[in-house]
Ligand binder design. Structure first.
Ligand code: GLN
Length: 534
C-alpha cells in the first residue's frame, strides 16, 4: 500500500520546499523504498510552458513531454528517477479537466462545486501518482505558502485525503522560516507558530517542521516550537543555510528524518545506502580549481531561468574536481556598437548558448558563437544555441548573409531554421512544441559518437523550429557535420565542426538528463575541453 508525504510551506516563499521534498525522497530511496514525486502549483496556467522564464524560472521537461515547474528538475537530480505527466499538477489543469467533464455531461446534472468536484479531482491526481508509479511512497509538494487563497482548495483536498487514507499512511512536513533579528540578536519563532496555526485552521496538523534559518536554532527555540506547535521536539528538523544544496540530504539524515517518517508509516527501517552521496559531497566541498564558462542568454538577470544548465555544468565540473564559475553575459549587451568581446570573454574557457525564444538578443548570441568558432573556444549550443550556430555558420562561412530563422523574420529569404509543415497550422501556443523524448541516431567517427559512445540516444526536446534540410549539403560542403539525426522525421539533432577543438550543439536539451553523480556526455566533454583549453 502506498504511503503519502505532503510538503507544505509557511511564512514566505523561497524557503526551499523543493529541496526539502527532494532530500526526503533521496533519503527514503536510500532506505530501499521506491519513491515517486509530484508538485502541485496553485496557479491557473495549465502548465508553466507559456510563462516567461523571468517570472517563473526555467520550464523543466519530463521524458514524456510534460512542461513542468523547475522543482521537478531538483526531484529528478536528487532521486534519479524519471518523472512524468502525473508529476506536475496546476489549478489550471484541475479546473480545465473538471469543466471539460461538466460540458461532456459526466456529472449527470449535479451542481459543480469546489468541494467536492475540484477537491475530488485533486485527490484523484494524488492517487493516480500512487497507482501509476506503484511507488512505496509518494511525496507531494504544494507550491505557494499556507494561507494563500490560490492553494486553499489544495490544502482542503489534503485534509480529506488524510481522512480517507488514515493517519499511518499520510505524513505532513511543513517548512518555515526562523528569522534572526540583528540588534536584539535573537531568533524568532512567532512566524512559525502562526504558520502552524494557519495550517491547523485548514484541518492539518504537521508531523514534522523543517526550520530554515541562517544559524543553528538551538534547543530552546525547538522547545518553543514544540510547545506551541504540538510537535515532538525530535520532529523539528533544522535546515540551516548551505552553499551547496546537495548537502541538505546529509544534514537531514544526521537529524534522523527518515526514522521519523518510516516509524509513522510502520515501514521497515533498513540501513541507508548513502555512501555515493557522501562521496559526492566530499568532492563538492573540496573543489580547489576553477574554470570559467560564459553563459550567453537574454534572461541572465534571473539565474533560475537556466537552472538545469547551471546544475549540469556543475555536475561535469565535479567529475574533474573543478568548480565551474559562470560569467553571465546578457546577449543584448553584445549587440551594442563597439562592444569588446575579447574583454567580455577574457577569462572564459568555454562559451555556452542555451535555449530561448523570440528575436530579442539573437544577434548578440550570433556574435558570441562567431567569437567562439573563430577563436577556438569550446562551444556548446543548446536548442536555440544550435540554431544560432547554424545561422552563424551559414552567414559567415557559407556566405548566406541574410540566413535566419522564420521565428525571427516571417518572410526571410534564407530560412536556415524553419517550421515543419505540421507546425505551420498550429494556433495554440500551449503544449504544442516538439516536447519530450525523441530518438537520435549518432554517426560513427564524430565528436558526438566519442562523447556518447552509443549509436542510439533518447533526449528531451522543447522547441518549435527545425533545421531546414534544404541547406544541409551546402553547410556540409563548408565543414559542418550533422552528427545526430532523428531518422523517422529526418531532423537535425546534433551538429559539430571537426575543424574546431570542441564545437558541438544539439537541438535537444541535454541539461535535463544530467545528474550530480553522472554528468551528461555533452557537458562532460564541454567542461573537459574547457579545462584543457590553454
Ligand atoms: N525558439 C526555438 C524554437 O522554438 C528554440 C527553442 C529553445 O531553445 N528551447 O525552435
Amino acid at each position: 500500500m502506498t504511503k503519502y508525504v505532503f510538503v507544505t510551506g509557511g511564512v514566505c516563499s523561497g524557503l526551499g520546499k523543493g529541496i526539502t521534498a527532494s532530500s526526503i525522497a533521496l533519503l527514503l530511496k536510500a532506505k530501499g523504498y521506491k519513491i515517486f514525486m509530484q508538485k502541485f502549483d496553485p496557479y491557473m496556467n495549465v502548465d508553466p510552458g507559456t510563462m516567461s522564464p523571468i517570472q517563473h524560472g526555467e520550464v523543466f521537461v519530463t521524458a514524456d513531454g510534460c512542461e513542468t515547474d523547475l522543482d521537478l528538475g531538483h526531484y529528478e537530480r536528487f532521486i534519479d528517477e524519471e518523472l512524468n505527466y502525473t508529476s506536475n499538477i496546476t489549478n489550471g489543469k484541475i479546473y480545465s479537466s473538471v469543466i471539460e467533464k461538466e460540458r461532456r455531461g459526466d456529472y449527470l446534472g449535479a451542481t459543480i462545486q469546489i468541494v467536492p468536484h475540484i477537491s475530488n479531482e485533486i485527490k484523484n491526481k494524488i492517487y493516480e501518482a500512487g497507482t501509476t508509479s506503484k511507488a512505496d511512497i509518494v511525496i507531494t509538494e504544494i507550491g505557494g505558502t499556507v494561507g494563500d487563497i490560490e492553494s486553499a482548495v489544495m490544502m482542503e483536498s489534503l485534509r480529506q485525503f488524510k481522512m480517507e487514507q488514515g493517519d499511518n499512511n499520510t505524513l505532513f512536513v511543513h517548512t518555515t522560516l526562523i528569522p534572526y533579528l540583528y540588534g536584539s540578536n535573537e531568533l524568532k519563532t512567532k512566524p512559525t507558530q502562526n504558520s502552524i496555526i494557519d495550517l491547523r485552521r485548514l484541518g492539518i496538523q504537521p508531523d514534522i517542521i523543517v526550520t530554515r534559518s541562517n544559524i543553528n536554532i538551538g534547543d530552546h527555540i525547538k522547545d518553543k516550537i514544540s510547545l506551541f506547535g504540538s510537535i515532538p521536539k525530535e520532529n523539528i528538523i533544522e535546515a540551516v543555510d548551505v552553499t551547496n544544496i546537495y548537502q541538505i540530504p546529509i544534514n537531514f539524515h544526521k537529524q534522523n528524518i527518515e526514522d521519523i517518517i518510516l516509524n509513522k508509516f510502520n515501514l521497515e527501517n533498513n540501513k541507508s545506502n548513502l555512501k555515493y552521496w557522501e562521496d559526492l559531497i566530499n568532492t563538492v566541498n573540496n573543489l580547489k580549481k576553477e574554470v570559467e564558462i560564459s553563459l550567453v542568454g537574454k534572461y541572465v538577470e534571473l539565474h533560475d531561468a537556466y537552472l538545469s544548465v547551471m546544475e549540469a555544468l556543475k555536475h561535469a565540473g565535479y567529475k574533474y574536481k573543478y568548480k565551474v564559475k559562470i560569467n553571465w553575459v546578457d546577449s543584448e549587451s553584445l549587440e551594442k556598437e563597439g562592444t569588446d568581446l575579447k574583454k567580455i570573454f577574457k577569462n572564459s574557457k568555454g562559451i555556452l548558448v542555451p535555449g530561448g525564444f523570440g528575436y530579442r538578443g539573437i544577434e548578440g548570441k550570433i556574435k558570441a558563437c562567431k567569437y567562439a568558432r573563430e577563436n577556438n573556444i569550446p562551444y556548446l549550443g543548446i536548442c536555440l544555441g544550435m540554431q544560432i550556430a547554424v545561422i552563424e555558420f551559414a552567414r559567415n562561412v557559407c556566405g548566406i548573409e541574410d540566413a535566419s530563422s522564420t521565428e525571427f523574420c516571417d518572410n526571410c529569404n534564407n530560412p536556415i531554421i524553419d517550421l515543419m509543415a505540421d507546425q505551420k497550422t498550429i494556433v495554440n501556443m500551449g503544449g504544442t512544441l516538439r516536447l519530450g523524448n525523441y530518438e537520435c541516431t549518432i554517426s560513427n567517427n564524430t565528436l558526438a559518437s566519442k562523447l556518447y559512445n552509443k549509436e542510439k540516444i533518447l533526449e528531451r526536446h522543447r522547441h518549435r523550429y527545425e533545421f531546414n534540410n534544404k541547406f544541409k549539403q551546402l553547410l556540409e560542403e563548408k565543414g559542418m557535420i550533422f552528427s545526430g539525426i532523428n531518422e523517422p522525421s529526418n531532423l537535425a539533432e546534433i551538429i559539430e565542426l571537426p575543424s574546431h577543438p570542441f564545437f558541438i550543439a544539439s537541438q535537444f536539451h541535454p541539461e535535463f538528463k544530467s545528474r550530480p553523480t553522472r554528468p551528461h556526455p555533452l557537458f562532460d566533454g564541454f567542461i573537459k575541453a574547457s579545462i584543457e583549453k590553454k
